[in-house]
Design a protein around this ligand. Structure first.
Ligand code: OXD
Ligand code: MN
Length: 592
C-alpha cells in the first residue's frame, strides 16, 4: 500500500507490540466500507437499522463503563510538567510509553489491526495535516470514514516521506483501570488504550485536531480551536463567517445549524454550516484570519436534539449515520430523551436491557432509554445547511470570534471586547454555571478558557500569551464578542428565546464588525443600544431586552476576584497583558 519507509516501520513496530492476527489497510472505498459493516453486524459489534426508514444507519452500544471522555485518564506527556501546565494531567514520555506498552502488549491477538490514513482538512490544503490511526475496532473505522477524509487519496498525498501523526488505538480489554489516553507532542504521537468511546478513540478529533493540533499550531504560527464555524448570508447576498467557542451543553451544534426565525428569513438571511466542533485558522496574505473545519462529519449528542432545537441535524441523521448508546426500538429505529415524538411503548435501552417509559431504578430514579451522552455520527455533506466551501483549500474568512457561557445572571446577552487583547481576556475568563445535569454544586462557576480546558495540549498560560501574539500579527483581526443565551429572571425562567432567534444577536455582531452601528461603552465592553437588536416577530419587550443587557457592577466585582484566583494558578506563565486587562476591568467597574 505504501513505500513510505517510516510509516511501514512504525506499523511494524506497533504490530510487534500489539500482535494482531492480520493487518488491513483502509482504502476509503464504499465497497470496503460495506464489507466492514457486514462484518461488524456478524460479530454483533453493530446492528443494522431499518433500511427503509434509516438507510445506511447502524447502532452500537459501548461498554457501560465507557460512555464519555475520561479526562482523568488523559495525559500530556511532555519533558517537563510545566510544559503541560496546571490544567493538564502530566506524565513523562518515558513513563507514558512504558505504562501504555504494558497494556498494548498482545492486546490485538485474535483481532485485525486496521490502518486508517486520514487528512484533517481538504487533502493537500495548506491547512491540512495527515494522520494514520491504527485500531483494532471496526466501530472506530466506520466512524472515522464519516468523520474525516480517509483512504488512498491521503496515502498518495503522503508520498514516501511526508509528515504524519501517529495514532495508535486498541480496545484491549476495555478495563477502566487499564485505560490511558496519552499525547506525546514532541513525537507527534497519540496512544489510546482500553476504551471504545468516540472522544477517546476517534483520535483525529480531540487528540489530534485539538491537543496535538494546538501544540503544532503554536510551533507553526496558526490556531487550532474548539470552535464551530458558521456562515451568515445577509440580505445583500454577502456571506460573513464567524467562529464560536462555548463550553459543552451550550448549544454549539445547534448554533452551527441555526434556522433563521420568520422575521429574519423574510429579510433574506440564510445560514451556511461550516463546522460544529473544531476550527483550524491561519493568517492569510490579507492580514485576516481564515478557517477550515478539519473534519467531515458530526459526532453530536443525541438527547435534547429534536426538530425544534435543530431541524437541520434531524434531517442529517436520516441516513448513513451511526447511533451510539441511544434507545433501540423494536422496529430497528432509534429514540432518545427530548428527541422527536412520544417515547415508544417499549425498547432496548443503551445498556441492552428491556425498557418501558416511566421505569424507575431501585433508588426510584428514572431509567433513561438513551445515555445522556448518546451520540450520532453523521456526514457533514448530508446537512441541508452545509457550506459549499467545504473543500475550498483557502477556507473561509472569519469576521468575528464569539465566546460564550451559561450564566444565569452575570453576563449580558452580548457585548464586544474593546480590543483583541481584551478579547483574549474575555475568552480566557469564559465560564459556565453548572446545571442540574452536571455533577457538582448547582450554580458553581466552572471556568473553561476558550472552551479549551480539556483540549489545550500545552501550558494554558503560554496559550493565552500565544493568542495575544496572534492578534499583533494580524492587520485585520476578527472582532471579539461574548454572548450568553442563558440569562434568567427572578423565577429562573430564561429571558431570551435562544435557538434561531440568536441570529438577531449575530446580526448586531456583524453590523459592529463593519462599524455600521454605535456601541454603548460599559465597564465590560461595548453593549448594543437596545433599539439596534431587531426584535421583529418576537414577543419580547424592550424592557426585557434592557434587563438582558444590564451590567451589575457588584456582581462583576465579585467576578474579578474569582478571575484573579483562577489566574493565580498560571504563575509566571500568565502573560502581563491578561493581568493588565483584569486591572483595567476592575478600574472601569469602580469608576463611574
Ligand atoms: C465533544 C466534546 O464531544 O466537546 O465535542 O466533548
Ligand atoms: Mn467538542
Amino acid at each position: 500500500m505504501t513505500d513510505h519507509v517510516e510509516l511501514k516501520k512504525w506499523i511494524d513496530d506497533c504490530a510487534t507490540l500489539c500482535q494482531p492476527d492480520k493487518i488491513v489497510w483502509i482504502d476509503g472505498s464504499d465497497a470496503q466500507r460495506d464489507v466492514l459493516r457486514a462484518e461488524a453486524c456478524e460479530t454483533g459489534e453493530m446492528i443494522q437499522l431499518n433500511p427503509q426508514k434509516l438507510p445506511g444507519c447502524y447502532y452500537h452500544r459501548t461498554a457501560v463503563n465507557d460512555v464519555a471522555r475520561t479526562e482523568h485518564l488523559t495525559y500530556i506527556c511532555t519533558p517537563t510538567k510545566a510544559d503541560a501546565g496546571p490544567t493538564n494531567n502530566w506524565m513523562s514520555p518515558e513513563e507514558g510509553y512504558a505504562k501504555a506498552s504494558e497494556i498494548f502488549k498482545g492486546s490485538m491477538r485474535g483481532r485485525t489491526m486496521y490502518v486508517i490514513p486520514f487528512s484533517l482538512g481538504p487533502v493537500g490544503s495548506v491547512f491540512s495535516k495527515i494522520g494514520v490511526e491504527l485500531t483494532d475496532s471496526i466501530y472506530v473505522v466506520l466512524n472515522m470514514l464519516i468523520m474525516v477524509r480517509c483512504g488512498e487519496e491521503v496515502l498518495r498525498k503522503l508520498g514516501t516521506d511526508g509528515e504524519f501523526t501517529r495514532c495508535l488505538h486498541s480496545r484491549a480489554d476495555l478495563d477502566d483501570k487499564r485505560r490511558l489516553i496519552l499525547h506525546f507532542p514532541e513525537d507527534n504521537t497519540v496512544w489510546s488504550v482500553g476504551s471504545g468511546y468516540g472522544g477517546n478513540v476517534l483520535l483525529s478529533k480531540k487528540c489530534m485536531a485539538l491537543r496535538l493540533g494546538s501544540h503544532l499550531a503554536r510551533r507553526e504560527g496558526w490556531l487550532a480551536e474548539h470552535m464551530l464555524i458558521l456562515g451568515i448570508e445577509e440580505p445583500n447576498g454577502r456571506i460573513e463567517y464567524v467562529a464560536a467557542a462555548f463550553p459543552s451543553a451550550c448549544g454549539k451544534t445547534n448554533l452551527a445549524m441555526l434556522v433563521p426565525p420568520e422575521g429574519l428569513t423574510r429579510k433574506g438571511y440564510r445560514i451556511w454550516t461550516v463546522g460544529d466542533d473544531i476550527a483550524w485558522m491561519r493568517i492569510d496574505t490579507d492580514g485576516g484570519l481564515w478557517a477550515v473545519n478539519p473534519e467531515a462529519g458530526f459526532f453530536g449528542v443525541a438527547p435534547g436534539t429534536n426538530s425544534k432545537t435543530n431541524p437541520n441535524v434531524m434531517a442529517t441523521v436520516r441516513r448513513n449515520t451511526i447511533f451510539t448508546n441511544v434507545l433501540l426500538r423494536p422496529g430497528k429505529t432509534v429514540w432518545w430523551e427530548h428527541g422527536d415524538g412520544e417515547p415508544p411503548p417499549q425498547g432496548t435501552d443503551w445498556r441492552g436491557n428491556p425498557w418501558t417509559p416511566g421505569m424507575l431504578d431501585k433508588d426510584g430514579k428514572p431509567v433513561l432509554g438513551a445515555h445522556p451522552n448518546a451520540r450520532f455520527t453523521a456526514p457533514l455533506e448530508q446537512c441541508p445547511s452545509r457550506t459549499f466551501r467545504m473543500d475550498h483549500h483557502h477556507g473561509v474568512p472569519i469576521s468575528a470570534i464569539i465566546f460564550g457561557g451559561r450564566r444565569a445572571r452575570l453576563a449580558p446577552l452580548v457585548y464586544q471586547a474593546y480590543s483583541w487583547q481584551h478579547g483574549v481576556f474575555v475568552g480566557a475568563t469564559m465560564a459556565s454555571e453548572r446545571t442540574a445535569a452536571q455533577y457538582g454544586k448547582i450554580g458553581e462557576v466552572r471556568r473553561d478558557p476558550m472552551a479549551m480546558l480539556p483540549f489545550c495540549g500545552y501550558n494554558m498560560g503560554d496559550y493565552f500569551r500565544y493568542w495575544c501574539q496572534m492578534g499583533q500579527r494580524m492587520n485585520n483581526p476578527p472582532k471579539i464578542f461574548h454572548v450568553n443565551w442563558f440569562r434568567t429572571d427572578d423565577d429562573g425562567e430564561f429571558l431570551w428565546p435562544g435557538y434561531g432567534d440568536n441570529l438577531r444577536v449575530l446580526e448586531w455582531i456583524l453590523a459592529r464588525c463593519r462599524n455600521e452601528l454605535e456601541g454603548v461603552a460599559s465597564p465590560i465592553g461595548y453593549l448594543p443600544r437596545p433599539e439596534d437588536v431587531d426584535l421583529t416577530g418576537l414577543d419580547l419587550s424592550l424592557d426585557v431586552l434592557r434587563e438582558l443587557l444590564r451590567v451589575d457592577r457588584q456582581a462583576w466585582l465579585a467576578e474579578v476576584e474569582d478571575i484573579a484566583k483562577f489566574f493565580a494558578q498560571f504563575g509566571d506563565h500568565l502573560p502581563h497583558a491578561l493581568s493588565d486587562e483584569l486591572a483595567s476591568l476592575q478600574r472601569r467597574l469602580t469608576t463611574a
